[in-house]
Design a protein around this ligand. Structure first.
Ligand SMILES: Nc1ncnc2c1ncn2[C@@H]1O[C@H](COP(=O)(O)OP(=O)(O)OP(=O)(O)O)[C@@H](O)[C@H]1O
Ligand SMILES: [Mg+2]
Length: 218
């Protein structure tokens, strides 16, 4: 990893195992993927609430929130070194920016997992290659890919942010499912039929999965 740099990994004096033992559950990344409007944020937040009630340490990383801070757009960033840096480090929606968006989120989520926390992420994350890269860079077993499987007709009908309407009208270019592909996971750890069941039932399906994998034992 440290090609051409003098950066070396520093072992933590409080190990992951010590943190997990104290938390009474393991850390992991629950990576929700699905179309806009499929229900990722709703399910992630319902699950977050249920896990919190069970005493599980959790964090939610959600699309719009992350784009306000960690991955803010160029126009939202100010650098003391001048505006060219906001262009360099701010993220938009081009292919390379989407790739970097997912890479940074994966890196942050893995820090949480290593701290014994269950990180819930709710990003469309439409490309296999980006999701697989996160899977392949984190510890084996840490990446739990959950496909929020909602047909596009249902998502478009829900359209709570009016984004499908804008995409159909040509006001948004490169919108996932309309004029940019959504690559559904081939072998996700779990698929949620989010057009047929309530968020409450779907969150319970995830909890059952976590218990079966001994990530939580409550
Ligand atoms: N299981 C469900 N059954 C019925 N409606 C749902 C369900 N899950 C979510 N919804 C509704 O669908 C809409 C979109 O859900 P949500 O915002 O969670 O989608 P999302 O996948 O996070 O979309 P985006 O990628 O745009 O953030 C909301 O109005 C929500 O109330
Ligand atoms: Mg959302």
């Amino acid at each position: 990893m440290n090609n051409n740099t003098n950066v070396t990994w520093h072992e933590h004096s409080v190990s992951r195992e010590m943190r997990e033992k104290k938390n009474n559950h393991k850390g992991c990344i629950i990576w929700f993927t699905g179309l806009s409007g499929s229900g990722k944020s709703t399910i992630a937040n319902t699950l977050d609430h249920k896990l919190h009630q069970l005493g599980v340490q959790t964090v939610v990383l959600d699309g719009d929130n992350v784009r306000h801070g960690l991955n803010a757009a160029p126009g939202m960033l100010e650098f003391s070194h001048g505006t060219k840096f906001s262009k360099r480090f701010g993220l938009g929606f081009s292919a390379i920016d989407r790739e970097e968006n997912i890479r940074r989120i994966g890196a942050v989520a893995e820090i949480f997992a290593q701290t014994g926390v269950i990180a819930l992420t709710a990003f469309i994350s439409p490309y296999h290659v980006d999701r697989d890269r996160v899977r392949n860079t984190v510890k084996e077993g840490d990446f739990i890919e959950i496909f929020v499987d909602t047909p596009i007709e249902v998502c478009e009908h829900r359209d709570p942010k009016g984004l499908y309407k804008k995409a159909r009208a040509g006001e948004i270019k490169g919108f996932t499912g309309i004029d940019d592909p959504y690559e559904a996971p081939v072998t996700p750890e779990l698929t949620l039929l989010a057009a047929e069941k309530t968020p409450d039932i779907l969150a319970d399906e995830v909890i059952t999965f976590l218990k079966n994998k001994a990530i939580i034992s409550l």
